[in-house]
Design a protein around this ligand. Sequence first.
Ligand code: SF4
Ligand code: SF4
Length: 437
Amino acid sequence: MAIFNLHSIKIAHNKSTAGCIPKRMPAPESVVIPVSMHIGAPAVPVVKAGDTVKTGQLIASSGGYVSSPVYASISGKVKKIDDILLAGGNTVPAIVIESDGSNDIYSEIKAPVINSFEDFIKAVADSGVVGMGGAGFPTHVKLNVKDLSKIEFVIINCAECEAYITSDTRTMLDMTDEFFDGLSIIKQHIGDKRFIIGIEDNKKECIEKLKPYCASSGVELKVLPSTYPTGGEKVLVYKTTGRVIPEGKLPLDAGAVVLNCTTVVALQKYIRTGMPIVEKTVTVAGSAVKEPQNVIVPIGTRVKDLIEFCGGYKEEPKKILYGGPMMGISMPDDSCPVLKNTNAILAFNAKDATPSKQTECINCGRCVSHCPMNLMPAYIATAYAAKDAKRLEQLKVNICMECGCCSYVCPAKRPLVQTNKLSKALLKNYQMGAAKK
Ligand code: SF4
Ligand code: SF4
């Protein structure tokens, strides 16, 4: 049985910043760079308070195989290493650097020498690049496939199906040469696989720009209907290849590796120049922002400094999100920093951020019929209310991709995706407890 279907929803795109060529933000007075901006072990600081650092200099080395190094995004002095609270409730150490105003580049920056597949994977790891479109999975882990014959497809995620976000759109339009150079580098090291770009049909300018590049490079361009969540990894693999990722497995189990287009460009930059990931293009938008736009911003820049660069707030923000309205995570306040995988910062006023009044479930079944993973969110909510972990296991809440379609279509305005997140945590604790017995 397929673990998902082609159910998807139409959402308002609100991509008014698509035409905004990113402006480069000057270095702020200070940046706050967490040592954990990825899935896996936190990086380990290699600097201490009082040290002088330059842009691109290593400040925290990889904490294990599934980890990623962290680099200074501005030049200046390390003020302190302190715990900060991130969205999602995690407290992580962060390195605070005060700018010296010079933005000097670290003198040791040079393109890596790559003579083998192992050298390539080391370079990808050293680049500090993690998945730019999602949870921040270290890219070197994804590409380090021992048996390369297992990879049949390299799927490039250009869907950008979330509302408001246009940073990938700008990558495709403004960095097209670098994007295709990045694809050629990957092809050189993993072999001649089928490279397929998956893009939604609402990005007409991008499609026209990419067509000649695809024609001359052998990369396939698959134009997909602009429905949400086309950019979800499992959905995209199915829509571009017809392959189903088995339940609880990875894209590689369906013969695919999935990379975001901005990830490819960040990788290309390191391999050609030696400059690791120290900045991000971020879409800043939402009803509380005075001048929505795309900004190239040093990693670790506080959101309040970024918003200030965008003219400040035009209204008191009630909610500020990392990411889009469907899958974004609310941050505690605007002192939170821009992370490696931040593609958007959205700030909404009270009118847009106040949840609608919730009513009783009317058993309409819309949440079920719109779930791409064939789950039953209404039943999951009942099991969660009863704290019935066994039932949650049966209902397979663990495979929920947190896309938010169920909440979006629910006429009773029930917070289904939020309940699913809590249910997943409950189930995880239950399974960990069972494993210890
Ligand atoms: S959030 Fe989870 S349960 Fe809801 S529609 Fe998406 S995958 Fe299905
Ligand atoms: S969509 Fe909402 S009202 Fe309808 S069955 Fe699901 S939870 Fe109940």
